[in-house]
Write a protein that binds this ligand. Structure first.
Ligand SMILES: *Cc1c(COP(=O)(O)O)cnc(C)c1O
Length: 374
């Protein structure tokens, strides 16, 4: 079947971004690439395979199912689960050699019962709550938790980490504060001669702006996909966008002056107009907030969405675009001729973040993977 909408995923750009991150943090620091949420909508299996070929040290996922999917696709690099898991999920996760995040004595007790029965070793990372609030052990209780953990058979404490809540903001003082608290915990461990091999904190924004938070491993997510977390981070890294979203015109129609377009008659033609239909709507992850405000590229020209975005279509004013035909390619995100629509700018225009845009699109339309330029 000819595709009428598709997501292009440029795996060469993933490789490029990974190498840029490597260069930025230096060779001595390990990289735990975050591929949760199906690699932010980019396809976790394909992205992980590309990262693997380029020497990624570890992969991070949010849910057990995501880790297991990677194992079932023969991804054989260490994987860490970042979300807490239910005790009844422990066995499955352990069988697939997926590392887990722990932070309370309660989960440790439950996990230890399951782990004791097994003969394989379970790897855990301890999350220290330096301000994110939702999860993690309080810094004052980290030491005693770690001591209890070290008494459990078949359990290895592989890492300790924290997560920054505001590093993409202009004011970095919170991030400095969180780093300070985390370092204090590390100092306590040192004092007790407890050695945990992997220490990590830096997400994308911290990789760009806070070398002091690299420790011996970093956790990039968004920048792997060629996107900047906000306008308040340093752009001192060479990134290439990975995701493009494209479709084709499926209808063209001439409207008289005064005609209205789409639900609620929010657009009224002030002159005779030509309106194009594309088969993309909010069910494809194209936000309804783009009604009467979004732009797409047709023949390398920025053209406007008119009227409300519908569930599975929206309308574009092509009155002033030459050579538009049924079947003409339309770019919602990405490059066409010399023009580009950036996911970051589109996100900003509807008051959201690039993370949400890519997650919403990914998985909705068929993906075309580009590798070695093909
Ligand atoms: C999602 C996530 C990251 C990656 O964040 P980015 O801003 O995409 O780099 C890092 N660490 C943890 C714990 C996360 O949940």
């Amino acid at each position: 079947m000819h595709k009428v909408k598709w997501i292009e995923i440029d795996l060469d750009a993933v490789r490029h971004n990974f190498r840029s991150i490597r260069k930025k943090v230096g060779n001595g620091i390990k990289i735990l690439a975050i591929v949760k949420a199906d690699a932010y909508g980019h396809g976790a299996v394909e992205v992980s395979k590309t990262l693997l070929k380029n020497g990624v040290d570890m992969l991070g996922v949010a849910d057990p199912e995501e880790g297991i999917e990677l194992r079932e696709n023969n991804i054989n690099v260490p994987i860490l689960l970042l979300n807490p898991i239910l005790p009844e999920q422990t066995e499955d996760v352990q069988r697939h050699s997926v590392g887990i995040t722990v932070y309370s004595l309660n989960d440790v007790r439950k996990i230890s019962e399951i782990v004791k029965k097994s003969h394989c070793s379970t790897k855990v990372h301890i999350e220290v709550d330096t301000g994110m609030g939702g999860t993690g052990v309080h810094p004052d209780k980290a030491l005693s938790l770690i001591k209890s953990l070290s008494l459990i058979e078949n359990l290895t404490i592989e890492g300790i980490f924290t997560h920054f809540h505001s590093c993409d903001e202009k004011d970095k003082s919170f991030t400095h504060e969180q780093t300070k608290i985390f370092k204090k915990t590390l100092k306590q461990l040192e004092g007790e001669k407890i050695h945990i091999p992997l220490i990590h904190a830096a997400n994308s924004a911290a990789i760009l702006d806070m070398p002091d938070s690299y420790f011996n491993m970093v956790r990039p997510g968004l920048i792997l996909y060629g996107l900047f977390p906000s306008n308040h981070v340093s752009k001192g890294i060479d990134l290439k966008p990975v995701m493009s979203f494209k479709t084709r015109i499926i209808n063209l129609k001439n409207l008289d002056s005064g005609s209205t377009v789409s639900y609620g008659r929010t657009f009224k033609a002030s002159r005779p107009a030509t309106v194009a239909t594309i088969p993309v709507g909010y069910k494809d992850g194209f936000s309804r907030y783009f009604s009467n405000s979004g732009k797409v590229l047709i023949n390398g020209k920025h053209t406007s969405i008119i009227g409300k975005v519908c569930m599975d279509r929206c309308f574009i004013d092509v009155t002033n675009v030459p050579n538009v035909n049924i079947g003409s390619e339309v770019v919602l995100y990405g490059k066409q001729k010399n023009e580009t629509i950036l996911i970051e700018s589109s996100a900003e225009s509807i008051n959201t973040i690039p993370y949400e845009i890519v997650c919403n699109i990914g998985g909705k339309a068929a993906k075309k993977y580009i590798s070695n330029g093909k």
